[in-house]
Design a protein around this ligand. Sequence first.
Ligand SMILES: Nc1nc2c(ncn2[C@@H]2O[C@H](COP(=O)(O)OP(=O)(O)OP(=O)(O)O)[C@@H](O)[C@H]2O)c(=O)[nH]1
Length: 414
Amino acid sequence: MLTDAYGVILSVNPGVEPHSGYPPKALIGRRITCLDVDPLHGNIRLAVAHCVERLRPWRGVLLCRRADGRLIHQDGVFQPLGTGRDEPLRLLVTLHDVTDLCQQAQYDHALLQRFQGTLAQLPGVVFQLREDVRGELDFLYLSDGMGVLAGLSPSLVMQRADALLERMHAEDRAALTTSLAQSSVSLEPWILEFRVETFDGLRWFEGRARPSRRRDGSTLWDGLMLDITARKQEEQRTQQLVSTDMLTGALNRRAFFDFGEALRARAARQGYAVPLAMLDLDHFKRLNDTYGHAVGDLALQAFAATCRDCLRPYDLFARIGGEEFVVMLVDTPLDEAWGVLDRLRTTVEAIELEMADTTLRITVSLGLAVLPPEGSLDLALSQADQALYRAKHEGRNRLAGAPNVPRVRRDARP
Ligand SMILES: Nc1nc2c(ncn2[C@@H]2O[C@H](COP(=O)(O)OP(=O)(O)OP(=O)(O)O)[C@@H](O)[C@H]2O)c(=O)[nH]1
């Protein structure tokens, strides 16, 4: 349709009737603002003013009222014509009914809002992660759970995936790289448990996602991260219960063979030997018989606590029999092992168990063997046991080495 500079309709094409409901004749001579749902303040008035003042086209969505009163959305284009000096200014106006499109957009928007509301309520983080062909990772989407669970703003992590990766536990970061690479090649689901440093300390997460390959060669994972800290703590408590000797707090026999085997495999891979010692309290039957089983228990507890103090947290220390213990010294050269165990022996010797009318002392005998890189744990244990037997035989309260474990004097100092 064509209007003058005041928006008065000069001519219309017949197509105006189906979507406005007005016969063309009924519109000629009226202001075009009569089509607007709000003739005084609506967008049609603004569009006309814009074109007249700036002599530039205007485009936008107009909310109009049809002749039958029904509201419709129109995509309106207002184009100024005749902008020369002698020509009167006219406006060429085209209107397209986009009501269906707008309703669809409103519906989609409402759906999206509901969907995002639901995502925000989930006890986890919904994410979409992309790995491009150069192996660079970036999050295309992260739900608000990222902020709630890890204290990291989703938009920050979307800008820079490293903001999350840098907070991951170093061991888990390596596992993440490996597991994503495997999932990307095989297109098998990705699953990983990992730790993240959050505002609330170190927390455990479980990530699960399905990969898909995109046309540009990148891989896209759609998935979920859940906070599994409570479950992990429970698992750790249970694991501790089943692997710990209740009386002394040392690892029990079963745990020793589990962890010892893992330690053996790691040492074999890395090609180093592990010193291994058997420890047995001396004349323990006599102590039990003289002072009673309860005092014997106290002695075992004091002994185990002393051993823990003398060893490093990552050495393996376990009670494998009544008053029999075993130690595996991690990352320790054999000559140092002599020194460590000698110090342990003398520290045990210095334990004073205060009784009502006396002070009890205990001693320990030790047998040292070595688990070579390709050796067997059972064989090393039996060699340590034979060395222990020799220590007992030679008078107790001493450290003896298996035949293949020569004593190195310089490190045998207390
Ligand atoms: N109090 C207490 N005693 C235990 C426990 N487990 C084993 N024993 C006792 O430890 C003693 C071990 O005695 P033996 O194997 O004869 O050895 P020993 O008396 O220490 O003699 P040597 O090893 O030759 O110095 C036995 O009397 C067991 O009953 C325990 O959990 N608590």
